[in-house]
Design a protein. Sequence first.
Lengths: 425, 388, 336
Amino acid sequence: MQFRTRAAIGCLLPALALGVTACGGSDNKSSTSGGGGSSSASGSVDVYSSLPLQGASKDQTGAMVQGIKLAVDQAGGKAGNVTVKYIPLDDSTAQAGNWDPQQTAANARKVAQDKKAVAYLGEFNSGASAISIPILNQVGIAQISPANTYVGLTTNEPGSEKGEPQKYQPSGKKTYTRIVPRDTIQAQALITQTKTDGCTKVAIANDKETYGAGLGRLLEIKAKALGQTITSDTGIQKDAPNFRAYASKIKGEGADCFIFAGVTANGAVQIFKDVSAAIPSAKLYGPDGVCESGFTNPKKKGIPASIGAKFKCTVATLDLNSYPGGKKFIADFKAKYGNPHPDPYAIYGYEAMKLTLDTIKAAGSAGATRDGFLAQLFKTKDRHSVLGTYSIDANGDTTLTDYGLYKVGPDGDPTYESTIKASGS
Amino acid sequence: MAARAASFRRGFAFNPSPAVSRALALALAAFAIVYPLLLDPISGLLDDSVVALAYVIMGLGLNVVVGFAGLLDLGYVAFFAIGAFSVGWFMSTFYADANIHVLVSSNVHNLPGIHLNFLLVIVIAAVLCALAGMLIGLPTLRLRGDYIAIVTLAFGEIIRVFAVNGDSVHVFGNGYPLTNGRQGITPVDQLDLPFVKPFTQLDLRPWYWLVLTLVFIVLFVVIRLRDSRLGRAWVAVREDEVAAASMGVPLVKTKLLAYTVGGAIGGVAGAFLAAYLNTVNADQFAFSFSIFVLAMIILGGLGSIWGVVLGAIVLSFINNRLIPDVLNSVPGKLGLDFNLSDLGFGIFGFLLVIVMVLRPEGLLPERRRKLELTEGVGTDDALYEVRA
Amino acid sequence: MREFISKYGLIAVLLALPVFYGVKDLVDDGNLAHLGQNLFQGLSNGSIWALIAVGYTLVYGIIELINFAHGDVFMIGSFVAAGLFGTVGLGLATGVGGLVPGLLLVLVICMATCGALNVMIERVAYRPLRSAPKLAPLITAVGFSFILQNVGLLWVGGSPASVPDLIHAQQDVFTFLGITVQRADLLAIFVTIPLVVAATLFISRSRLGKAMRATAQDPDAARLMGISVDTTISLTFLLGGMLAGAAGLIYALYQTTVWYFQGFQAGLIAFTAAVMGGIGNLRGAVLGGLIIGCIQFISDDRIGPQWTPAIVFAYLVLIMVFRPQGLIGEETREAG
C-alpha cells in the first residue's frame, strides 16, 4: 500500500526528480564506482530508519525524518532505476518514553528479515546502536547513523572501552558507518573556539547521556592538549527543576566561559539561563545537540535573545550556500516544510538518505543487493554534500574535520559564522 | 456498584471441574511449547512473546510481595536492575582487566572480562536480589500501607541513580566501575547452555523455550508457596497484621520472606532480560518500569496467579506490539500522513483507564480472595464502600 | 528509649548535612553565608514543592489514593500559565502596574483550569472505582498521568520550553547577612504563604472544610451526618487542583522553563514531601516540601547535582526508619 503511494509520488514529481538526478550526478563525479557503473539495474529496495519518535527527543527525530523524506521526494523515490521505498521505524515505546533496547533489537531483526532491505539509517542514541549494530552486522546490512558520535562504535581511540569496536562486529566485517564526525573532532573544535575567544577558565556541564558525557570527557582531554583550563566537568540531573546551585558553584570557581555538552531535551534552556544569570559576562558554548532553532529561537520557546547574543555552537555543516546543492536543498526544504533554516538534525537526516540513494545509484546493478551496497558505501570518496566534502574511511567514519561555527542570527535561528579547522585529532 | 461488579464477575464465571481445568492447563502448556514452530524464527511476534513471558516472571515475583503479602512495592525495578547487572558484571567484557572464565564455551574463552555460565549467573542474580529484597524490606517492617510504597520507591530511585552515575564509582578498585551509565554494557555473552546450540540474536526460538521453562519453574514455585503454610501466613499478614501476630505468625520473618522471594524471582527475570536484550543500560531502570509491572498485576487481578500471567501478557503486547506496530500502520493504510506515535503515551494511558474502569477487579480475579481484596490492603476498609 | 531515638535520631538526621557544611564553611570562609544562601534558595524552591504536596496530602487524606496524575495536573497548570502570558498581553517590557493585575488574572485562570481538570479526573477515573480493590485507582491515576503527559508533549513538544522572564526572576533585590535575595524567591514565598494559610483556614474553619475532615475520618459516619460524600471528595480534588495550578504559575515564573516531564519529577518530590511530613497532614506536607528544597540545594552545590535524587530519597528512608509516621504524623490513620 505504502509502496504504491511512493510510486505515485514518484510519477507526480518528475520535474523535481530530474533536477535532483542532475544534481546527484555532480555529487558523485569523483566517487569511484566499483560496481560496474551501468545504470541498467532495476528493481526495488527498502531503506529503513530507526529513531525514537516518542518522548523527549521527538522534536529532533521528527526533524530528521523530515530531512530523510525530503531526500526521497527530491529523487522521486528512485535511485537510478531502482525504486526506493522508505520505511520509518520507531525504537521507543510509550511506556519508557525513550529508546528501548527491545524495540531497537526488534527493528534490527525486522530489517534483517526483509530480503529487499539494503540500508538501515539509525540509531539516534549511541547506546541503541550498540544493540542494533551486531544484529545487522550478522546479516550484512549496511547501517548509516545520522547522529551517533560515540567514539567506541568505530574506533579504539581514547574515550572508548576495551574490545571496541570489534565487539560490535561478530561477522568480522564492518557494516556500520556514520556521517557525523565522532566526538573527538567536535571537542577539538569547541576548545579551539574558546581559545580564540580568549576564555581563561571554562566550566563544562554534561547531561550524563552517552553523547554528552562522552563529549565532556573528550573536551577535558582536548583542553589539556591545547592548554585550556577546565574548572570542572559536572554531570547534571537532566530533569532537575533548575541549576541555580550549580551556577553559583561555577561562579565561585571563577569560570568565564561555559560549555554544555548535551542535547536540548536535557535541561539545556534552563542551565544556560541559570549560568547566564549567575555570571552575566560568561561566554556560552554548545555542541550540535543544542545548535537548533528549538534551542536558540525565542519564538520557538528557546533561550531569550539576551542570552542568545552570548551563545555560539558548532555543527558539522558548513555554509550551505557555498555548496552546489546547498541552495537547492534550502529552497526545497522551504518549499516542503515552510522553513528556510533546516536544523542540524534535518540536515543529518537528509544527508544520510542522500548518501544511501547515491550509493545505490553508483553501485549500478549491484546497488540493489546488500553486499553490493555495502561495498559501495565504504568506497565513498570525496563526496560533495550538505555537510561538506568527505569520504568514508575504513572504520566507517566520515573524514570531515571542519566544523561550522554558528551564532544566533537576527531571526533567532543558528546562523553560519565561520569555519573551525579541527584537524589533527 | 457492588451489584454491577458482581454481575460482571458472574458473566465471566467459569467453574470447571478439576479434571477439565487440568486438561485445559495441559492443552495451554502444550500450545505454548509448540507455538514458536508456527512462526518465523526471527519474527517480531515471537520477539514480543519472549519479552511478554519475561514480564510474566516479573509480574509473578511482584505478585508475591504485593498480591500475597499486601506490601505495596513501588521499587520493583531495583530487582530488574540488580539481576541485569549480574549479567553485565559476570557475562561480558565489561571488566576487561579481569580474566575469569567458568564453564563457558570456546567462543567466549578468548575474550577478556569475567565470563560465567548463564546458569551460574542466574543463581547469582537470584541470590543478590534476595539479599537486596531483604535489605529493602528491613526499614519497612515497622511501616504500613503506603509508607512502604514510598520507601520501596525511594530504594528503586536510589538504585537508578547509582546505575546512571555508577560509571564514576569505583568500589571494586580502579578499572572496575560499578556500571557503565547510559552507554550501557553491550553486548553481553550469547547464551550457551549444555546440550543445545549457542543462542543467537537471529533465532529466537531457543530464547522462547528458555524463558518458557523459567516461567514454568516460577509458576510451580509460586503455586506451591501460595498453598503452603508461608502462603497462608502472607495472606494473614495482608488481611490483619495484629490478628496474624496474635495467632503466632512471625511478622518479621513472614514479611522479609515475601521481599526475598519476590526479589529473587525479579532477579531471574532481570538476568534473562539483560541477556536477551543484549544490554544493561541505566535508562532501562526508571520508576516507570516499576509502575508498568505493578499495572500488569493489578490489571490481571491482584493475588491471582493466572490473572497476573494474563495481565503481563496483555500489557506487554499493548506496549510492544499494539501501539508501535498495529496502530501505527493504521493512518498509513487510511492514506493519512499522520504519525500515530505522537499519541503513544495517551493511547497507553487511555487503555489503562478503560480496562480498569470496566474490570476494577482485574481480568481474572481470584475468586477466593475477591472479598478480602475489596476491603483493601491497609487497616481502613470503609473508604471504598461509600457507595455500596 | 524508642521514643528518644525516634525524636533525637530524627533531628540528628535532619541536621547532619547543614551542620557538616556549616562547620566546613566556618573553617573555609569564616562565616555561614554560603550555607545560608543554600538554605534560603532551598526554602524558596521548596515552597513550590509544598504547594503541590498539599494537593497530594489532601487527596490522600480523604480517599487514600496516591494520585499519580497530580504532578501532571501541575504541569498542565504551568503550560496554561506559559500560554496565557502572551494572551493577556504580558511581556518583558510590562511594568509592575500591568504585571500585578495581569498575573493575578493568570493565577485565577490557572487555578480554575487545574481545579476543574482535577475534579474531572476524579469523576472519570476514580469515582467509578470506589468499590474496587484499593489499588485499582492507582492504575487509572497512572493512566491519566500518561494522558496528560501526551497532552503536554503535543502542546509544546519534547524539549523544555522557555517562558518569558516576566518578573526578571534572577534579579537581586537585596543582600542580607551575605544572603542574596532574588525576585523569584520573594515571589515564591509571598504567593505560597497566603495560599497555604488560606487552604489551612478553609479546612479547619469552614463548614465545607469540616465536612472534608469528617469524610476523611469516617465516610460512613459523615454520610449519616448528612454530608454529601461525593461532593466533598470533588471539593477536595478541586482544592488540590487549584493549589497545583497556583504552583504551576509560580513554577513558570520562577524557573522560566516548562517541560512536559516536569510534573513527573515534581510529583515524585511532592509525594515524598507529603510522606515525609506525615501523609494526610497539611502542615507536614509544607514542612516536607521545604526540607526537600533545602536538601536539594545543599546537595546540588556541595555533592553534585547528579546525586541529588539519591540524597533526597536516602533522607526519606532514614526519616521513615526513625519516625515511621512522618515528621508531624500523629493525625493520620495509616501511622503505626
